[in-house]
Ligand binder design. Sequence first.
Ligand SMILES: *[C@@H]1O[C@H](CO)[C@@H](O)[C@H](O)[C@H]1NC(C)=O
Ligand SMILES: *[C@@H]1O[C@H](CO)[C@@H](O)[C@H](O)[C@H]1NC(C)=O
Length: 449
Amino acid sequence: MGRGWGFLFGLLGAVWLLSLGHGEEQPPETAAQRCFCQVSGYLDDCTCDVETIDRFNNYRLFPRLQKLLESDYFRYYKVNLKRPCPFWNDISQCGRRDCAVKPCQSDEVPDGIKSASYKYSEEANNLIEECEQAERLGAVDESLSEETQKAVLQWTKHDDSSDNFCEADDIQSPEAEYVDLLLNPERYTGYKGPDAWKIWNVIYEENCFKYNTFYSWLEGLCVEKRAFYRLISGLHASINVHLSARYLLQETWLEKKWGHNITEFQQRFDGILTEGEGPRRLKNLYFLYLIELRALSKVLPFFERPDFQLFTGNKIQDEENKMLLLEILHEIKSFPLHFDENSFFAGDKKEAHKLKEDFRLHFRNISRIMDCVGCFKCRLWGKLQTQGLGTALKILFSEKLIANMPESGPSYEFHLTRQEIVSLFNAFGRISTSVKELENFRNLLQNIH
Ligand SMILES: *[C@@H]1O[C@H](CO)[C@@H](O)[C@H](O)[C@H]1NC(C)=O
Ligand SMILES: *[C@@H]1O[C@H](CO)[C@@H](O)[C@H](O)[C@H]1NC(C)=O
């Protein structure tokens, strides 16, 4: 166990327990305080306070990020929603219209994206492919039989996948389809109750974080699992913030009205209604935010390379988008109070390797569990956000590889596929939206009392 982890999370656990005890003695008064009591002032994970994060996110990052995510490169995500659930058979297929995902007609997706799902540009990609093969096999003889070439490709794919945090979603499968994320927003679907609970329970339990044993593992079982739990809890919280903020408030034959449902929000986050869990969930949301923010600040050199393109085939737009992307990443890098992950992601080489492997296995399981989500829209966003978080962790675990990346030419050691890039930014976009929505809920709750 890395000393950094043990120390950091030991401390964290202690602060956490103290704040719990405190919360029980003096229940805060107003509805707003009951949700937000633990997310104001200093967070225990870093030297920053929530107000600084809120200001930074809501006014500087969020608007630009939204603009970027509306671009063609980021709005199309290829996903296989038809993979069978590997864990159980009795998925109640969701017939609700709000759950349905509308895949793109193939002429809607820009050619550049279709023909280059892994590529930034055809040229760069050919080069990468060529060089990768050359690097692995020595120079590849062009006269290889087709069969061998196929095998080599598969082998390459296999090698690549060992570094993927999520089950490779087989985007080459004929069942994989592009979806337009803008047309399929994450919002309330009515998917809740036992089915949804089952999924979250499996996610928490399969990975040894039983709710009941919460306190025993806090006291010093597996340190990395605590961090893992907090990330998953943060993701869960974020998704619930969205569902509460885009609740189906009214449905007539003419139109549907989506908006904030304060009751729903309180049921999930109010300190009293959730017996203390809610505020902690929100705290975990900020933890997740800081982890993803940190990953984005670290991956800047990868995107800064002149070879890198956000390739869709529209040269002018692609260049503008790259500029916007870099502007966002520089802004993120300038955030003064970054989470210091050094002690736990880049510690002793052997331990760091084991930790990386542990996290990777957990993420594979979680992305497989996503195939059991009965509601397709939830499945889509669940898969995307798991892959995005997995990509963020891959970045944090690859800090040295990124630092040693050549400034031009293909990078063998560290690479992100288009799918990883799209999921990384969209997943962060979701968390960023959640932080922004918390401000809205805070205001709405203040008006109640
Ligand atoms: C992944 O899921 C399988 C099947 O449920 C389970 O046996 C295994 O322990 C899980 N692995 C991790 C790392 O959670
Ligand atoms: C808000 O959510 C609650 C459940 O949490 C539900 O009972 C209520 O009908 C919702 N309000 C509206 C206006 O839809």
